[in-house]
Design a protein around this ligand. Structure first.
Ligand SMILES: N[C@@H](CCC(=O)N[C@@H](CS)C(=O)NCC(=O)O)C(=O)O
Length: 240
């Protein structure tokens, strides 16, 4: 039975990390909210679960994944679940837990990315919080990006495989690739200035994007473009 992914239909957002794992796994999945309402899709199908109208299932926020009778939420949790079933994780406990930890760290970083354009409240428009966004973004680029990226670079130095794990490619590499792609879209100037400081991360992103299934996905219509509604947003005034 195909996995059913529930996520906002017009953005990459956090759901993109799940899409990437499903695509690299080569499994059948339905991106439910992107299907027409007449076929049981659309945002309404997703809201049914979020509103508690699907008895027994209680995700807090998208993305969430339905695998038969099981519905699971939290991006890192979903990624690990799919990866461990389709040979995209590792077998030994120590490295399995480390990969989960690394992806959770990526999720922490993505929350900070979100807060660059929405530092006061998700429910307000960017235009209603521009001075705060500018202040927050300057500090994010100055302090937080180097802290996270240095950590990712150290992970890659330690593994010495070109991937996060000493055993080679895993789903965590998809999270790192997508993070770098999003940062390059949102902050092209800042990223150009610091690229040379994170060579292993840059090489990983290229290597992952060239994997046959990932490359096919990135070139397909299934890959939504980055846009100004998503998690990674390009506002020129935030990237001088
Ligand atoms: N920690 C959760 C965060 C989920 C989340 O914030 N989802 C966003 C879309 S990317 C959302 O729609 N949130 C609704 C809300 O927080 O009210 C995860 O990693 O999945």
């Amino acid at each position: 039975m195909a996995y059913e992914l529930f996520y906002w239909p017009s953005i990459q957002g956090r759901g993109e990390l799940v899409r990437l794992v499903l695509e690299e796994a080569g499994v059948d999945y339905v991106d439910v909210a992107r299907r027409p309402g007449s076929e049981g899709g659309g945002v309404a199908a997703m809201m049914k679960f979020l509103n508690g109208d699907a008895p027994g299932f209680l995700p807090f926020a998208p993305p969430f994944l339905k695998d038969g009778d099981l519905v699971l939420a939290q991006t890192a949790n979903i990624m690990a679940y799919v990866a461990e079933r389709h040979a995209l994780a590792t077998d030994d406990e120590a490295s399995r837990v480390f990969l989960h930890q690394l992806v959770l760290t990526v999720m922490d970083f993505l929350a900070e990315v979100h807060d660059t354009h929405h530092p006061i409240a998700s429910g307000l428009y960017y235009d209603d919080q521009k001075p705060e966004a500018a202040r927050r973004t300057a500090l994010f680029l100055q302090e937080r990006v180097p802290k996270f990226f240095n950590y990712f670079e150290r992970v890659l130095t330690r593994s010495s495989t070109g991937f996060a794990s000493a055993s080679g490619f895993t789903y965590a590499d998809l999270a790192l690739m997508q993070t770098l792609a999003g940062m390059r879209y949102a902050f092209p100037n800042a990223m150009a200035r610091i690229a040379a400081s994170y060579p292993l991360l840059g090489e990983l992103a290229t290597r992952v994007a060239e994997r046959p299934r990932v490359a096919a996905y990135l070139a397909s219509e299934r890959r939504l473009p980055f846009n100004s509604s998503g998690l990674f947003r390009h506002y020129p005034e935030l990237d001088p």
